[in-house]
Design a protein around this ligand. Sequence first.
Ligand SMILES: Cc1ncc(COP(=O)(O)O)c(C=O)c1O
Length: 445
Amino acid sequence: MPNTVSFNKNYPVITESDKLYHRATGLIPALTQTLAKGPQQYVKGVAPKYLKKGKGSHVWDVDGNEFIDYQMGIGPLSLGYAYDVVDEAIKGQLNDGITFSQMHPLEVQVAELIREVVPNAEMVRYSKTGCDVTSAAIRVARAYTGKNKVLCCGYHGWHDWYISVTDRNMGIPQSIQDMTFTFNYNDIQSVIDSIDDDTACIILEPIVFEAPKDNFLQKLRDLCDQHKILLIFDEMWTGFRLSIGGAQEYFAVNADLACFSKAVANGMPISMLTGKTEYMKLLEKDIFFFTTFGGEALSLAAAKATINELRAHNVPAYLVKQGKKLREGYNSIASELGMEYTKCVGFDVRTIVTFDAKAGNPLEMKSLVQQELIKRGILWGGFHNMSFSHTDSDIDYTLTAYKEVLPILKKAVDEKNVAGYLKGEAVGPVFRKTSNFNMKPKVKS
Ligand SMILES: Cc1ncc(COP(=O)(O)O)c(C=O)c1O
């Protein structure tokens, strides 16, 4: 019988997952289309690999095992799986058609809605992926300023201009690699040191897990004004989650352009570039940014229903309420056990569990927690990506599971033998290095 969300005696049977995995090996390079969903992020031999159904905050894998999900599609499931109001909107639109030969009224309706809820969204464009719109934003900034270089902080997608700063930069010409540099979050001096006469813009995730200190975001705004360059917020994680209007609203800092995707359509593929007319109007004629599926109507219908639902229920406040219980609960269990090396940190809408390398290999510690949570029916990748469907009983159950699992980790750490407790290969690092790499040397002209 497949495992359920309960204190199961056994690890789940994952025969069907493994069969698919073997069929995909050698057929689908890297196996996954989304790095964070791939098998490397889960303990081999223990975790499922393929999910086939979701309802609310729960998912079922291809072997029929059930889990509470804290990954939530890596961000998009802001309301929850198979959320009725959104699904009805999609089905309603499906009856009328998906992609049309001319523009669709939803393009206008959703843009009006976005303009209403997102600060500075004087104009709005759609596309399909997060990196479509971050790349469009960079192009707008370069076109507007007549400059080339980009300073960034965070993850911004697979396109050349960004991924060139990472160590997975094969296939990208050196000339492109020489155009993008990173700066450290909350280190205003690292930004000041990097700006030169050819800098077009600063793009960043306004927050990841660390809070801005010492007016960092406003200082970036001021620097951009001073140098007449553009400030771009990559709101893939903050938009429609931290608050409906994203980080611009939450921190009361104005960006020139802002990029959204993930939470805005509860799982449907759509992204948005918003910003002030002064910059966005370059997209009218001078800049080419058009794509076949940009106005695809199912995703627009989903976005409209999702935004209305997020507003009607003040979903960001709910995410904070539930996320806070998990963060505080986790930290109090860890501290009662004297495990000062593990903490749950971040903004309550999305938190991360950290493991200090002083206590052992952080990836092994994370793997052991994941392995034991999977046995107990919780699909966990080190984060609490909260949704409107995470119920009180999900949270209570999860905290009870942490109460069982953290003592196992403590014992393993005390014995200096975390690896010995693992039933399979440990998880790999998440590809997300946001500080102290590819810094631009100080250039003084
Ligand atoms: C902050 C941020 N920006 C951009 C992207 C790229 O979005 P996509 O994978 O949809 O291209 C992501 C994806 O996770 C992201 O987290």
